[in-house]
Write a protein that binds this ligand. Structure first.
Ligand SMILES: Cc1cc2nc3c(=O)[nH]c(=O)nc-3n(C[C@H](O)[C@H](O)[C@H](O)COP(=O)(O)OP(=O)(O)OC[C@H]3O[C@@H](n4cnc5c(N)ncnc54)[C@H](O)[C@@H]3O)c2cc1C
Length: 370
């Protein structure tokens, strides 16, 4: 389908949320000729609740000209610690750049601009309050600057993040777990090219990411009910730094059993499309957004199931291995120490594809170790 549809008042899709997943879906669908409206409750990219630490694949999703503006640091590896700031480090690294720290607010704005350029309409300041599916359409109610408005579409795309309203409104199940992430920035200038990872919080980790002149970021994520702010204070006290800006957000781990309804589908954090061992979801969300635009025909809602099947078959294997890696964060200390010694060194890592995580030498070490 490549021909734009006439303006009949009916959209092919209303996308709820202009984060990376929603904007990417809007762009890909508009490029295929869909008539797309994006409703975003706030302003694009704000408030920030993300490290913006991503694999180099991110550059496939933004115009080349944006790279210079968005790139903050190039990262070659990670120092893993079983204790705090001064504890011994196990270095995992590559000879070439593994990942980038990027300006996440700028990323969201760039992706939204790309969606607009492709023909999608984006309305900010529109908070979706209701979604109702009918046999021939879906109605989306939003509260905006001009009051309450209702929009009609063939499909609704829930790209509205971990606490998705669309998911709830259409009766789709929640992700397995919602972690609580907290991060903050100090004013230090640090051009180090390694991140630090501390396995000092239950079932997840704390981190330090140098961002050259954009400061240094400290953060952690914990299970709900745990004391995220208290643990964050302990982390920055341990490093002895002053934090100027801090923020927090939810991280969904473990996708829900279903991510499509009668005329609805979820992408990104709303669908639990994250890496279980880091909580990162920018790249998985955008990849799933492209899969949705490729597999779904807005005139044939039955094709929603093609999307469900395709995203799970393209991302599910990495999510399963990511879950196993995360289980390693909870192993007894002596086992972790032995594992670190066995695996540390040069890694053949692609950070979004844990299936590529270990080099041949490390796999050999794992077999002889286990
Ligand atoms: C502390 C922390 C650190 C992280 N670090 C990383 C990292 O380094 N790398 C990485 O890849 N990922 C990271 N993540 C995860 C990453 O932020 C998410 O995976 C990513 O933002 C998901 O994108 P999304 O578009 O699906 O959802 P979101 O980015 O959450 O976007 C959802 C959008 O929907 C809007 N919205 C919500 N409800 C409504 C409504 N009712 N009506 C209209 N609009 C609505 C929101 O305003 C928002 O703009 C981190 C998360 C946290 C919490």
């Amino acid at each position: 389908m490549t021909v734009a549809r006439p303006n009949t008042g009916m959209y092919d899709a209303v996308v709820v949320g202009a984060g990376p997943s929603g904007s990417r879906f809007a762009r890909s669908a508009a490029e295929r000729g869909w008539r797309v409206l994006v409703l975003e409750s706030g302003e694009i990219g704000r408030p920030l609740a993300c490290s913006g630490h991503v694999s180099l694949d991110v550059w496939e999703f933004v115009p080349d000209a944006a790279r210079g503006e968005l790139l903050e640091n190039e990262i070659y590896g990670a120092r893993f610690h079983l204790g705090g700031a001064d504890s011994p480090a196990h270095r995992f690294h590559k000879e070439t750049v593994v990942s980038n720290a990027i300006d996440r607010v700028g990323l969201d704005r760039t992706l939204a601009d790309c969606a607009r350029d492709a023909g999608a309409e984006i309305r900010t300041g529109h908070s979706v309050t209701g979604v109702e599916e009918f046999p021939d359409r879906v109605e989306i109610t939003a509260s905006g600057p001009d009051g309450v408005e209702t929009f009609e579409a063939r499909l609704v795309c829930g790209a509205d993040g971990p606490r998705s309203k669309v998911r709830r409104a259409v009766g789709l199940p929640d992700p397995g777990e919602l972690l609580h992430g907290v991060l903050g920035f100090s004013a230090e200038t640090d051009d180090d090219d390694f991140v630090d990872v501390h396995l000092t919080v239950p079932r997840f980790f704390a981190w330090r990411i140098p961002r050259q002149t954009a400061g240094v970021e400290y953060g952690l994520a914990v299970a709900p009910g745990d004391d995220a702010p208290g643990r964050f204070e302990a982390l920055v006290d341990d490093y002895g730094v002053e934090i100027e800006r801090r923020c927090s957000g939810a991280i969904p781990i473990g996708p829900p059993d279903r991510t499509v309804g009668e005329r609805s589908f979820l992408v990104g954090d709303a669908a639990g499309q994250t890496k279980p061992f880091t909580g990162g979801g920018i790249l998985y969300g955008m990849r799933a957004a492209d899969i949705a635009a490729r597999e779904i025909d807005p005139e044939r809602p039955a094709t929603l199931h093609r999307y469900e099947h395709a995203w799970r078959s393209e991302l599910g294997g990495d999510q399963t291995i990511g879950k196993l890696i995360r289980a390693g964060y909870s192993l007894p200390r002596p086992v972790q120490r032995a594992g670190m010694r066995a695996f540390a060194g040069e890694i053949g890592v692609h950070m979004d594809r844990p299936t590529s995580l270990f080099s041949r030498a490390q796999l050999r070490a794992m077999v002889s170790w286990g």
